[in-house]
Design a protein around this ligand. Structure first.
Ligand SMILES: Nc1ncnc2c1ncn2[C@@H]1O[C@H](COP(=O)(O)OP(=O)(O)O)[C@@H](O)[C@H]1O
Ligand SMILES: [Mg+2]
Length: 353
């Protein structure tokens, strides 16, 4: 386990990390997720020992050891391979530069490198040069090179950030399998919530140098602790209203609330994901609001519909399955009736976090 206690870091007058407490159990794949500038890279560099913290401490378990440089592998977004070396030589590099007494025999190094290339699905590419590879392949070579020295902890700073969406998706699935096969502790920095939700065992959400929430993908997605997390993890519609008898009231509508309200506040905002908005043609539908359909995006698995409320002129976004959409035969400019199925309520108190 890696235990971070009350880590703070300043750059000049700027406080980049503000009292980070975090435990990372051995063998987990943890994503550090947050917007640009939230402190992810700073935290990762401190864990790697590349940067010192101003305050706080880091403890590694005995099995992860104290010889940090030997046990930590670091892969950056733009990882420079040695251009004049083949893929094989790049991956073998860390093994060849070891001191003579620690160095493996040539034949063993060769076997190991070929095995690693197989692991990153690049068997047959050993003799190529980096310039003869795609971006995704280069990043896999970088990972193989890092794994060659058998780190106990793998630190990845937006390793797929420079690649296009389709390759990124493939690589993150592949990273998940790799992590399970080689049994390392992996800390993965990303600003892409889908990427984090897709691969991580646990997600640590950072904003402004602080941990806002941590938990499994399911926990943070379905039980966000703050408006920030709700917003950051997906698209959202807002329904402002009054709290009364455990429901959110707006005009004549009263909507059920998901979860408990502890706040004494009378006003609140209901947060609703696009797939939790229902659309109907029935003007008598209880607790619904009238809205015009302003846009339909009908490609892909689901259909996204933009609506403008007739009463407040606020925009809403709904997501329907293709079947629902086909059944309803919705048309642009049509007046329909919408209602939130699931309301996650935050009160002004929740905005202070
Ligand atoms: N070496 C540095 N000198 C000055 N400011 C820095 C330095 N490194 C990071 N910062 C600042 O600290 C904040 C957090 O940066 P960083 O950890 O890189 O965030 P992230 O990786 O989440 O985008 C940013 O505002 C950044 O400008
Ligand atoms: Mg960064």
């Amino acid at each position: 386990m890696i235990r971070l206690t009350d880590i703070s870091k300043r750059f000049g007058n700027y406080q980049a990390l503000k009292g980070i407490d975090l435990d990372i159990p051995s063998g987990e794949l943890v994503a550090l997720l947050g917007p640009s500038g939230s402190g992810k890279t700073s935290l990762l560099r401190i864990i790697a020992g590349l940067e010192g913290a101003d305050e706080g401490s880091i403890r590694f378990d005995a099995d992860e050891g104290n010889e940090l440089e030997k046990n930590v592998g670091f892969v950056f977004q733009h990882y420079a391979l040695f251009k004049h070396m083949t893929v094989f030589e790049n991956v073998a590099y860390g093994l060849k530069v070891k001191k003579r007494k620690d160095r493996l025999p040539k034949k063993v190094i060769r076997e190991k490198v070929l095995e690693l290339l197989k692991l990153v699905r690049l068997e047959g590419f050993a003799d190529r040069y980096p310039s003869q590879l795609s971006g995704g392949q280069r990043q896999r070579v970088a990972l193989a090179r890092t794994l060659a020295v058998e780190p106990k902890i793998l630190l990845l700073d937006e390793p797929f950030g420079a690649l296009d969406a389709k390759v990124r998706k493939e690589l993150r699935r592949w990273l998940r399998r790799l992590h399970d096969e080689v049994a390392v502790t992996t800390i993965f920095v990303t600003h892409d919530q889908e990427e984090a939700l897709d691969v991580a065992d646990r997600i640590v959400i950072l904003n402004d140098g602080k941990i806002i929430q941590e938990g499994s993908p399911d926990e943070v997605y379905h039980h966000p602790n703050s408006p920030f997390v709700y917003n950051f993890l997906g698209d959202v519609n807002l329904f402002k209203g009054r709290l009364e008898k455990g429901k959110l009231h707006q005009g004549v509508c009263e909507w059920e609330i998901n979860g408990d309200i502890v706040s004494q506040s009378e006003t609140a905002v209901g947060f609703v994901r696009p797939h939790d908005i229902s659309i109907s043609r029935d003007h008598a539908l209880k607790d619904s609001v009238p809205a015009w359909i302003t846009y339909i995006q009908a490609f892909g698995k689901s259909v996204r519909i933009e609506l403008k409320r007739q009463d407040s002129e606020e925009y809403l976004e709904a997501e329907l399955s293709r079947e629902q959409f086909t059944e309803l035969r919705l048309q642009i400019k049509e007046l329909v009736f919408v209602k939130p199925n699931q309301l996650h309520v935050f009160t002004p108190d929740d905005y202070v976090i």
